[in-house]
Ligand binder design. Structure first.
Ligand SMILES: [Zn+2]
Length: 407
C-alpha cells in the first residue's frame, strides 16, 4: 500500500483556508469545514487506536452528501504528530464512491424498546413490522433527532401503517431521507434481531436441555449475567492519553475477571495488544457492517484461549475477561486506573472506512441499556479457569451464509 505522510497542522491550516475561501459560495459547506478546522485537532482515535469520530460531519452525513474530510490525524502507528494517508484517503480528483459517510445514532432506549416490541409482537402475523423500518420512518419525522421521541408516535405510526395495508417501503415512499436512515440504522441494528435457536433447560431439571426455535433479540449485553457493573453516557468525552481525542465507545465499570460476552455473532478480526485498548479483541459481524471492539481486557489471561484471528464466535460466547490493561506501548501492562470494559461499535459501509480518517463510531449507550435485557449466563471450568456460556445458541447466518475468511 502506498503511504505518504502529511503533517497534521498543515492539513488543518489548509482546511481553514479552504473554508474561508468558499465561505460565500458554499456557505453551508463552509460552516461544516470551519467547524472541522476548529475541532479536528482535538479529535483523534477512540481507545481503538487509529481513527476517530467525525461528529462535526453530522450535518453533511445526515443529508447523505458525498463529503470527505481532507485533513489527517494521528494513527496509532505514528504518534509524533504525523499521520498516515493511505490510498483510501482519496485525493480530491478521485470521484468519491457513493456510500454513507456519517451516522448519528441517537435513538433513545425507549424508542428502541417500543420498536422492538412492535417487531416481535407482529412477527408471524400478516403484517410484520420491522423495528428498523419503524425507527427509520420516525427519524424522517424528527430530522434524525430522537430527543423528540414519544411512544405515542410509534403507536400512531404502526396504526397508520396497518390501516394503510401497505408495506413500509410503499408507505414511506417520498419521505425525504427515509432510505438514508433505513440504511444507516440497518447498519447499526441489522444483526441484533432475527431468528435463532437456543438451548432451553427442561422444567425442574436444568441439566436436561432441548433446542427451541425463536424470533427476537439474539444479541447480548457484553457483561455476563450476574456480574454487576456501572456505567453512564460517556460517549464523546475527552481522553488525554497520547493526545487529545474523543471517547468513541462506552465504558462499563466492574470487577477484574468478569466474563465478557460477544454482543453479536461474527468472526474475530483483531486480537492482541493495542497501546490504547490494551488487550483487545475486534469482532466483525457476518454482514461486515459492524465492528465490535472490546478493550482493556485482563492482564495475563485476557481472552478465551481458543480464540484467534478468523475464529467464529456466536453472540453470547465468552470472549474474554474484564481488566484494566492499556495506555502503554509495552504489552500486558495495567495502566488504566479503573477496571472496566470499553466497547465500541464501528460502522463500515465501505472498506475504506475501516481504518483511517473516515471511521464511524456510534454512541452505544442506549444500545447497552437495551441489550441489558439479554445477559448471558456463564459457568466456570475449574481446571482451565475458563468461563463458558451455559446455553448454546445458533443463528442461521453461521450455518448457511457462512463467512469467507480468506477475504
Ligand atoms: Zn472507554
Amino acid at each position: 500500500m502506498k503511504v505518504k505522510y502529511v503533517v497534521l497542522s498543515c492539513a488543518v491550516g489548509l482546511m481553514l483556508c479552504a473554508a474561508a475561501v468558499s465561505w460565500f459560495s458554499y456557505r453551508r459547506q463552509a460552516e461544516t469545514l470551519a467547524r472541522l478546522g476548529g475541532q479536528r485537532a482535538e479529535i483523534g482515535t477512540g481507545e481503538s487506536g487509529p481513527g476517530g469520530g467525525n461528529d462535526s460531519q453530522e450535518q453533511a452525513g445526515r443529508l447523505g452528501e458525498s463529503y470527505r474530510a481532507e485533513e489527517k490525524k494521528d494513527g496509532e502507528t505514528d504518534t509524533e504528530g504525523r499521520v498516515q494517508e493511505t490510498e483510501s484517503g482519496a485525493p480530491e480528483t478521485q470521484t468519491p464512491k457513493d456510500y454513507i459517510k456519517w451516522v448519528d445514532f441517537d435513538i433513545t432506549v425507549q424508542a428502541l424498546e417500543d420498536a422492538y416490541r412492535q417487531d416481535v409482537d407482529s412477527y408471524g402475523s400478516g403484517q410484520h413490522v420491522s423495528w428498523i423500518e419503524l425507527l427509520a420512518y420516525l427519524a424522517t419525522k424528527y430530522g434524525g433527532d430522537f430527543s423528540k421521541y414519544k411512544t405515542k408516535d410509534m403507536q400512531d405510526l404502526v396504526q397508520a401503517l396497518t390501516d394503510s395495508g401497505q408495506t413500509m417501503a410503499a408507505y414511506a415512499q417520498g419521505r425525504q431521507y427515509y432510505s438514508y436512515y433505513l440504511e444507516a440504522y440497518t447498519a447499526v441494528l441489522g444483526g441484533l434481531v432475527g431468528e435463532y435457536e437456543i438451548e432451553v433447560p427442561a422444567e425442574g431439571n436444568p441439566e436436561a436441555t432441548h433446542w427451541e426455535k425463536k424470533y427476537g433479540l439474539r444479541a447480548f449485553s457484553p457483561v455476563a449475567k450476574g456480574y454487576e457493573y456501572s456505567d453512564y453516557d460517556d460517549f464523546g468525552v475527552a481522553r488525554s492519553y497520547g493526545y487529545r481525542r474523543q471517547h468513541l465507545g462506552h465504558d462499563m465499570m466492574g470487577q477484574t475477571g468478569t466474563p465478557i460476552i460477544a454482543i453479536e455473532s461474527g468472526y474475530v478480526e483483531a486480537i492482541g495488544w493495542n497501546q490504547y485498548g490494551g488487550w483487545r479483541i475486534g469482532i466483525r459481524s457476518f454482514d461486515k457492517k459492524r465492528y465490535y471492539y472490546y478493550a482493556h481486557l485482563r492482564q495475563n489471561f485476557p481472552f478465551n484461549k481458543s480464540l484467534k484471528e478468523g475464529s467464529i464466535v456466536t453472540a453470547g460466547d465468552v470472549i474474554g475477561y474484564m481488566g484494566h490493561t492499556g495506555y502503554s506501548a509495552e504489552e500486558n501492562v495495567n495502566n488504566i486506573d479503573e477496571t472496566h470494559l470499553h466497547w465500541g461499535l464501528q460502522l463500515i459501509f465501505d472498506e475504506s472506512q475501516k481504518e483511517g480518517n473516515n471511521e464511524i463510531w456510534v454512541d452505544c449507550y442506549a444500545l447497552t441499556r437495551f441489550l441489558s435485557r439479554n445477559r448471558c449466563a456463564t459457568k466456570k471450568n475449574m481446571e482451565t479457569k475458563e468461563y463458558y456460556r451455559i446455553y448454546e445458541m445458533r443463528i442461521p447466518e453461521t450455518e448457511s451464509d457462512g463467512v469467507d475468511l480468506a477475504e
